[in-house]
Design a protein around this ligand. Structure first.
Ligand SMILES: [Ca+2]
Ligand SMILES: [Ca+2]
Length: 417
């Protein structure tokens, strides 16, 4: 039963697009493709291309889908795979390479089957059936052999890494039954200074509300990427947690963009674990120079969340976990001039003037920013220990004062009334 339609809205630069209906047939050199809402794009040149399709359901709701392509010139005369193809890294064959593929890979480690001629790139590949299937999704085990060498091994994770984020098919997102326990974040501090290390415990379940029969787990962590030093991010699954107990662990962490961390964990060849409590730690350095960024959504709080949590049972049943949100106060008012020195701002709140004094360092610049990150004042001074700044031009509100002395900087919160 067809309950949706596709229509080409914007044609690609190179080649043709055909949209097949139920009874249509397209005869290609290597295969004959039959219809049922299939979109066939036949590029005639290598390079980047895009097209837009309008997707409408019979109920009348429509959506425009934009598709970007990277057309690769193949130097083979052989026929490329057309249907039921393996794409390296898409272990669960859901059309995209993501952390769930790493989890599925971990749950099929050690399996063997026929190898295939592995083609370079994120391209469709033909392979003989492995006959046996992946417990987690019922798919042929051949999809888990990402590098095509006939063995599902840790080395296949390199292909997941290489093609992470790659999409080769559009399939509806599967929704699973939701269980009560989110992936909980417990930061070690309630308040953190810019430039400081923030450590966060990651928990699943608790003693009073345990989670049962977990063989695999994946989730995403998100925070405003402007607030963290992406190169400092480390997510580590605990070696002796209830989740890892009694099984070799297979884990994967990816940071596709700054501020988004995707993690997967599988118990290799073992029964599902049941329990509750800490399973991992996450740590990163809070960005040193927050002031250069837009602060409108920040409001001195670092909001963070976990989402897209999925657990897999030993039998291959999947469950969704609810989203979890928390925040840590970002302390922009820390004095970073020198541990033994301070900058005083008086009065605060202030109306007409504010007096800034430093006990040891000579102030050569004072800047003021709104909490939206817009600079409203930038005064230079000739190495003063004490000075007054006029505020009568400013609207009432919260500002950030940045007091500089050579290469030392102190940030202070100021309320203008
Ligand atoms: Ca996938
Ligand atoms: Ca392999």
């Amino acid at each position: 039963m067809v309950d949706y339609t596709f229509e080409l809205i914007s044609a690609p630069l190179f080649g043709d697009v055909q949209i097949l209906d139920t009874n249509d047939e397209l005869v290609l050199e290597c295969a004959t493709i039959t219809g049922e809402n299939k979109i066939i794009y036949s590029p005639n040149s290598a390079g980047d291309d895009f097209l837009e399709i309008e997707y409408c359901t019979d109920a009348g709701s429509c959506e425009i889908i934009k598709l970007d392509f990277n057309n690769v010139a193949m130097s083979t005369d052989d026929c490329l795979c057309v249907e039921d193809c393996v794409y390296s890294g898409d272990v669960n064959n859901d059309g995209k390479v993501d952390v769930q593929d790493a989890v599925a890979l971990g749950l099929s480690l050690g399996e063997t089957g026929p190898s295939r001629d592995d083609l370079d790139g994120f391209v469709p590949q033909s392979g003989d059936s492995w006959v046996y299937t992946q417990d987690i999704n019922g798919l042929d085990l051949g999809f888990a052999d990402a590098n095509g060498d006939g063995l599902v091994a840790a080395s296949d994770l390199e292909e997941v890494d290489s093609y992470y984020g790659g999409v080769h098919n559009l399939l509806p997102q599967i929704s699973y039954e939701i269980i009560e326990s989110p992936i909980v974040l417990e930061p070690h501090q309630t308040e953190v200074d810019s430039g400081e290390l923030l450590v966060i415990d990651i928990l699943l379940g608790s003693e009073t509300l345990p989670v049962f029969d977990v063989s695999g787990l994946s989730f995403s962590y998100t925070i405003n990427g402007d607030l963290i030093d992406s190169s400092s991010v480390q997510l580590t699954f605990l070696e002796n947690s209830w989740l890892s107990y009694g099984a070799p662990a297979f884990e994967y962490v990816n940071q596709p963009i700054g501020g988004r961390i995707e993690a997967g964990f599988s118990r290799v060849s073992a029964k599902g674990a049941s329990g509750g409590g800490p399973i991992a730690t996450l740590e990163f350095i809070v960005e040193d120079d927050i002031i250069g960024f837009k602060l409108e959504e920040l409001l001195f709080k670092m909001n963070m969340s976990t989402s897209e949590g999925i657990i897999v049972s030993e039998e291959g049943r999947q469950f969704s976990l609810p989203r979890f949100d928390t925040s840590v106060d970002l302390n922009l008012a820390s004095n970073t001039l020198h541990p033994d020195s301070y900058v005083s701002i008086l009065p605060n709140p202030a109306s007409d003037f504010v007096y800034i004094t430093s006990d040891k360092f000579e102030i050569d610049r004072v800047e003021m920013y709104t909490i939206d990150g817009i600079k409203v004042l930038d005064n230079r001074y000739n190495n003063e220990f004490s000075l007054a700044v006029e505020l009568d031009q400013l609207l009432p509100g919260t500002y950030i004062l940045v007091v500089s002395s050579n290469d030392k900087v102190s940030r202070e919160k100021l309320i203008k009334i």
